[in-house]
Design a protein around this ligand. Structure first.
Ligand SMILES: CC(C)(COP(=O)(O)OP(=O)(O)OC[C@H]1O[C@@H](n2cnc3c(N)ncnc32)[C@H](O)[C@@H]1OP(=O)(O)O)[C@@H](O)C(=O)NCCC(=O)NCCS
Length: 203
């Protein structure tokens, strides 16, 4: 037994999340999209490590670990990580928002420090938008992985809108140059709209 957690000590037991419904399909789609970039969906320990990395680069406003774990459990994905020799050197936070969550984001009511479950896709609630809440790396390999990863995710979920908030100049450049995002007037957000061709194919 791992006495700190009370769980059996096999790493997969400590790390695994269980998903079903929309979250299971989303987790599968996300994992498949980012596999070639060597990114993976973080387990609870990985979420904590990734959050620490992001807070160091971006400041204390990064959402708390418990909130990120709760969103990851509900939505199938929230935090993706890149590891080098067992150490997380890159992380990407991308949240699937429900219709209510998108409305909250657009009206400045999405508070990630106290997440409301209904704001996130999961169970029977489909994702209406992807919200990229953070991207961070501390090595060139990790930068390549997280930047390529977010581009692959955008492609995999091209049928829904993509939203982000640029906190730094580097982040803004990635959003414009790599993801084709633009400012969303009247908000502090940047976005790229759904690909309507993809919607027609899906219909
Ligand atoms: C944000 C951050 C990850 C961007 O990293 P970056 O190295 O400036 O990003 P780049 O756009 O140059 O892309 C990184 C690599 O991915 C590659 N890449 C980018 N888009 C790609 C794509 N569509 N397909 C394949 N590869 C791609 C680039 O060629 C580059 O590879 P290279 O290093 O071999 O040339 C990094 O600056 C960082 O961690 N900053 C600190 C935290 C921060 O400011 N985060 C943003 C908050 S909004």
């Amino acid at each position: 037994m791992d006495t700190s957690t009370g769980l059996k000590s096999a790493p997969h037991r400590r790390e695994a999340f269980r998903f079903s419904g929309w979250d299971a399909r989303a987790a599968w789609r996300v994992a498949e999209a980012v596999e070639s970039c060597d990114l993976k969906i973080a387990g609870p320990r990985g979420v904590a490590e990734a959050r620490a990395l992001a807070a160091e680069a971006l400041g204390p406003s990064v959402a708390p670990v418990e909130a990120l774990i709760a969103i990851q459990r509900r939505s199938g994905t929230a935090v993706l990580v890149y590891e080098e020799e067992g150490v997380i050197t890159g992380a990407l936070g991308v949240l699937p928002l429900s219709p209510l969550g998108l409305d909250a984001l657009l009206n400045g009511r999405l508070d990630l420090s106290r997440p409301v479950g209904a704001f996130f896709a999961g169970g029977r609630t489909r994702g209406q938008a992807l919200y990229a809440m953070g991207i961070v790396s501390v090595t060139p390999q990790a930068a390549r992985a997280v930047v390529t990863g977010v581009v692959r995710l955008r492609e995999a979920f091209s049928d829904i809108g993509f939203y982000a908030r640029a906190v730094t100049a580097a982040g803004r450049r990635v959003l414009i140059e790599r993801l084709g995002c633009r400012d969303l007037p009247g908000t502090p957000l940047m976005w790229s709209p759904p690909d309507t061709t993809a919607l027609e194919i899906a219909a």
